[in-house]
Write a protein of this length. Structure first.
Length: 178
């Protein structure tokens, strides 16, 4: 009897632990059909940093850029536990130019100027395809405060066809891939 009661308590506790944190997850904020640029994401989970990624064959980019990707800690933990991205998951991708030969650096590349910011957002009520894609990049590294979702063919189609899990390119992110 006692052990059954303990098991029930453990089960309830585990359920509360695994569900409660999602209620504190940073939520997307909209103005009309536009998404407001997420804030505070630099304190989220750092998912990956990719250098010079291109999607067409050919010569490497002359000026490769870094992609830094962040996601909400609650969405990260949920994904690790369940293998699914919860509703309202946001992946924020900053783009940085690659710098070299500055200060004492004589080789290799470091992240230099912020070039732009893109967001992948899962909002099941709002978007028939569940995921939508936004670009907050302005001119000369300035960021816009809000952005409209891209049409399906521009971003979603490639993510849906080639993303390793639920539209997300987990195959390129060490902490998300199996
Ligand atoms: C031809 C394929 C392709 C298209 C089209 C594409 N992407 Fe991506 N995207 C990728 C790949 C590959 C990655 C993996 C990470 C990287 O590039 O650093 C990625 C990663 C991302 C990420 C990080 C989160 C994730 O889903 O993995 C965001 C945000 C993103 N893309 C936004 C966009 C936006 C906005 C557009 C449309 C303007 C777009 N993408 C169009 C291939 C594509």
């Amino acid at each position: 009897m006692a052990s059954r009661a303990v098991a029930v308590l453990l089960f309830l506790g585990g359920t509360l632990l695994s569900q409660e944190p999602l209620s504190r997850m940073a939520q997307p904020r909209y103005e009309g059909d536009k998404l407001l640029r997420p804030e505070g994401y630099r304190e989220w989970i750092f998912v990956a940093s990719n250098l010079g990624m291109g999607y067409t064959a050919g010569q490497p980019q002359a000026n490769p850029s870094f992609h830094n990707i962040y996601m909400q800690p609650e969405a990260y933990r949920y994904y690790r536990q369940t293998g699914r991205f919860p509703d309202k998951t946001m992946l924020v991708m900053e783009r940085y130019s690659a710098g070299t030969i500055a200060s004492i650096n004589r080789r290799g590349q470091f992240q230099d100027r912020l070039l732009g910011l893109e967001v992948a957002l899962k909002d099941e009520q709002r978007f028939p395809e569940k995921w939508a894609y936004f670009d907050f990049s302005g001119s000369g590294g300035a960021l816009r405060g809000q952005a409209a979702p891209f049409p399906k063919q521009a971003c979603w189609s490639c993510h849906n066809a080639h993303g390793g899990a639920d539209n997300v390119f987990v195959q390129f992110y060490p902490i998300l891939r199996k």
